[in-house]
Structures are given as structure tokens and as C-alpha cells.
Ligand binder design. Structure first.
Ligand SMILES: C[S@@+](CC[C@H](N)C(=O)[O-])C[C@H]1O[C@@H](n2cnc3c(N)ncnc32)[C@H](O)[C@@H]1O
Length: 249
């Protein structure tokens, strides 16, 4: 049994994230936007790779063909069991807590961590741990939940939210005990990565059109076409709710 402090874990044990979040809701556009970014940022070939907080391995088919050895790390044993059902021995599974990764220093050529930062309050500790387990020259592809988006600005200006998207402090949007939800200012998180020692190699703006209304008006296919251009074009202004970083140790 992996023990972790209550306030640092979003516990997905017993929660069917795959079915409830991805299959019962129309999130095809978001899934395709994630995949597009990963294809653009992840090395083509890797000897050793780990998917951190990788859940049930939603994105495993993106990295399995590129990695000689792939490990899926997550706190939730429910998720890891689902991954083993889907991928068998193609993937190694490892339970544990992000704040204390059960891997030796300099273990991996590459790692990714997608849709997880919104659960983590202490990103400096997380970033330091990710840096530690990468080999020198290793690559980390990390998705960050962005605090400074247009809808969040509008909510702030119209006084629907008190969270100031322009300030660099960490935004805590909901009660952690229900579903912890942290957002980060791009400047803040970039300083965190650099403090760990990472070099920022590339940035993408991802899931730019994450909106039920836009899906209705344009349809998923057209949004994905627009997304292809927007990921690079809007990266300099860190526009989207997901900002992807390609970092090098
Ligand atoms: C939103 S899911 C994302 C899963 C996957 N990366 C994806 O994009 O489909 C967040 C994942 O973070 C994991 N998680 C939350 N807190 C954690 C912690 N402290 N240590 C390790 N994993 C954690 C959860 O179990 C869950 O699988």
C-alpha cells in the first residue's frame, strides 16, 4: 500500500476516470489536441520512458511505438489495473506518490506528465523530482494547467471570479477535498522549471478551443484543423488552458 499525505494526492482509486471523464463525455477534441502536442514534442526514439501520473494509459499508444521500455506511474491502483488489462506486458506499471518518486536518479531518457499539474500544489517539489529521475540531456514533456486564459480574464473583469489571472500566485480553484484544482501562471511555472535546472526547448498552446459552444458550432473535425495551426501560433502568448513544455535536463 502506498501511503501519501492526504493534501497532496487527488485519489483516483475506485474512480472510473476512463469511462466517466473520457468516454461518457464528448472530449474527442481535447484528446486529439493532447495527442497532436505529444507527437510534436516527444522524442521519436527512447530507450527508457515513464508516463508520470499517466492514469490508465490513455496516451500509451503515442509513446509505446517510440520507447524500448515504457513505465506507467500513478497513485491510483484502479488506473494501473486498467492499463495492465489494456496493454499487458507491453507496459510496466509502478504505483507511488509524485512527491517521492520510486525511481533512482538519472533513470529515464524521457518522461511526460499530462493533465496532472492541476492536482499539485507544490510544483517546485514535483519539478525537482522529475528533474532528478531524468538522465542528463533527458527530455520532459509537461502539460501545465494555465491560469492566464481569456475566459478566466473575462470572469475576473466581470467579477464572476476573484482569482486574478495576471498575478503569479498559484490559483486554487476548488476545494482540494472534492477535486483539487490548481492553475499556474506561465511565468511562475517557467521559473519553477528553470529553478530545477531544466532548459525550456519548446512551448505549445494546447486545447485552444476547449468549449462546448465551439464544438457545437464548428464540430470536432474543424476544431482539430484549427488547433493544428493554433498550437504553434498562440504559444508566444500562452493562450490555451493547457500549455505544453518540452524541457531538457
Ligand atoms: C486527470 S488524470 C490524468 C491521467 C493521464 N495523464 C491522462 O492525461 O489521461 C490525473 C492523474 O494523476 C494521478 N495523481 C493524482 N495525484 C497523484 C500523486 N500525488 N502521485 C501520483 N499520481 C497522482 C491520478 O491518479 C490520475 O490518474
Amino acid at each position: 500500500m502506498v501511503e501519501a499525505k492526504k493534501d497532496v494526492v487527488a485519489d483516483y482509486n475506485g474512480y472510473d476516470y476512463k469511462k466517466i471523464f473520457w468516454e461518457d463525455t464528448d472530449r474527442k477534441y481535447e484528446d486529439m489536441a493532447d495527442r497532436m502536442a505529444i507527437r510534436r514534442l516527444l522524442p521519436q526514439q527512447m530507450d527508457t520512458f515513464v508516463d508520470i501520473a499517466g492514469g490508465y494509459g490513455r496516451l500509451a499508444d503515442e509513446y509505446l511505438p517510440r520507447a524500448k521500455s515504457a513505465t506507467l506511474f500513478d497513485y491510483s491502483k484502479t488506473e494501473l489495473a486498467q492499463a495492465r488489462e489494456m496493454y499487458g506486458n507491453k507496459i510496466k506499471t509502478q504505483p507511488g506518490d509524485i512527491y517521492d518518486l520510486p525511481f533512482k536518479d538519472d533513470s529515464f531518457d524521457a518522461l511526460m506528465m499530462i493533465r496532472a499539474t492541476h492536482h499539485f500544489k507544490e510544483m517546485q517539489k514535483v519539478s525537482d523530482e522529475l528533474y532528478r529521475i531524468l538522465k542528463p540531456g533527458g527530455i520532459a514533456v509537461i502539460e501545465v494547467a494555465n491560469k492566464k486564459t481569456l475566459p478566466k480574464m473575462v470572469r475576473y473583469w466581470t467579477k464572476k471570479s476573484e482569482i486574478n489571472p495576471f498575478s503569479r500566485d498559484v490559483a486554487h480553484l476548488k476545494d482540494l477535498n472534492s477535486d483539487g484544482f490548481y492553475n499556474y501562471h506561465p511565468k511562475y511555472i517557467e521559473e519553477v522549471f528553470q529553478k530545477s535546472g531544466f532548459k525550456i526547448k519548446k512551448v505549445l498552446s494546447v486545447s485552444n478551443f476547449r468549449s462546448a459552444k465551439l464544438k457545437k458550432v464548428f464540430g470536432t473535425k474543424n476544431l482539430v484543423r484549427m488547433e493544428k495551426v493554433a498550437q504553434k501560433a498562440l504559444a508566444p502568448i500562452r493562450f490555451a488552458p493547457s500549455i505544453y513544455y518540452k524541457l531538457e535536463k
